[in-house]
Design a protein around this ligand. Sequence first.
Ligand SMILES: [Zn+2]
Ligand SMILES: [Zn+2]
Length: 337
Amino acid sequence: MAMDDSLYGVRNKRGDWAPNGRREIAPFWAWPPQVLKILKWLPGYLWPWNCLHIATALLWWYAVVPEVSTLKTLSWGWPAWLLLVNWVANLAWYGFFEWRLYVRRAQGGRFKYYHKFPADQPSDVFWFKSQNLDNFLRSFLISIPLWTLVQVIFLYSFANGLVPWLSWAEHPVYLVALLFVSPAIHEVHFYVIHRLIHTPTLYKWIHSIHHNSVNPSPWSSLSMHPVEAFLYHAVALWHLVIPSNPIVALFQLHAAGFGAINGHIGFEKLELTEDTAMDSHAYTHYLHHKYFEVNFGGDGLVPLDKWLGTWHDGTKEGDRLMQARYERKLARLNALK
Ligand SMILES: [Zn+2]
Ligand SMILES: [Zn+2]
C-alpha cells in the first residue's frame, strides 16, 4: 500500500503532478490580525525544517567549530577542517534525499511535480551530459568551499571582537527573537540577490548555471556559479552587521545551505510510512525553475513577490496573472522598437 497522491493534487496528461490549493503567504501579514491562523501556522514554520537547522547549528558550535583561541588566528588548519565536515555533511544530507527519491526511487513518481527523472534525460548543458554529476561536482568543488569561506569570515570576526558578540545569558530574549526572524532575513536577502542575477547580463553570466536544472533534484540545490554561491551563503554575514551571536549566524548559514533542499527536492510530500508524509515546501521554487519569471523569493514569509507582482500561488489564477504580466512586458518591449 502506498499513499494516494490523487487525493492531494492532479496529474496532467504528460504525467506532471501539481498540488491542490493555493500557496499562501505567511498569515501575520493579514489585517486585521488573524491570531488563530498564525497559531496554526507556527508549528509548520518551526517543525521540522527550522528546528533541524537550529539543531545542526548547535551541533556545529559544540562539536565541530574549534575553540575561540584557535579561531583568532587565520591558518589553513581549522578552515580545512570546517570544509571537510561541510563536505561530509552535505554528502550525507543531499545524498540521502537524492539516493532515496532519485536513485532508489522509493516513492516512485508519487507527489513528483515533473514526470521524468533527470537521470533519464541526458543533456548537453551539463558537465559530462549528466545533471546529477554536474550538479554534484559544482556543489562540492564550488559552492561548499564558498559556504565554508563565509563561515570562516564570521567565526574569525566574532573571535577577534571585530563585531559585537551577544551572550545568551545576557540577551536571551533578543537572540531567540533573532533566531525567529532569521528565515525572514534569508527571504529578503535571497530575493534581492536573486532579482539582481535575473537581469539579462548577470543571468547569462552567473545565474543560468543554476537554471540549467529545469527539473531540479536535491543535487541541484547548490549547483551555482561561484558569484551566486558566495552571495547566497553570505546571508550569514548580516550577523556581522546586526548585533548577534555565532550560533545564530550558523543557523542563518545552515538554513541557507542545507535549507536549499526545500526548493529543489521535486516532490510535494516525502512519504515516511504508508499513510504519513512530511511537506517539502518545494512547489513555490519549483514554479520558479519552471517559469523563471515568478517566485524570486521564498515561501511568502516576507511576500516580496506578492507585493511586487511576481507571485505564482500554483493556481489557474496564478497562471493567468503570470500570462498577463508577460503580455504587458512584451507590449513594453514592442513599444520601444
Ligand atoms: Zn533553484
Ligand atoms: Zn532564478
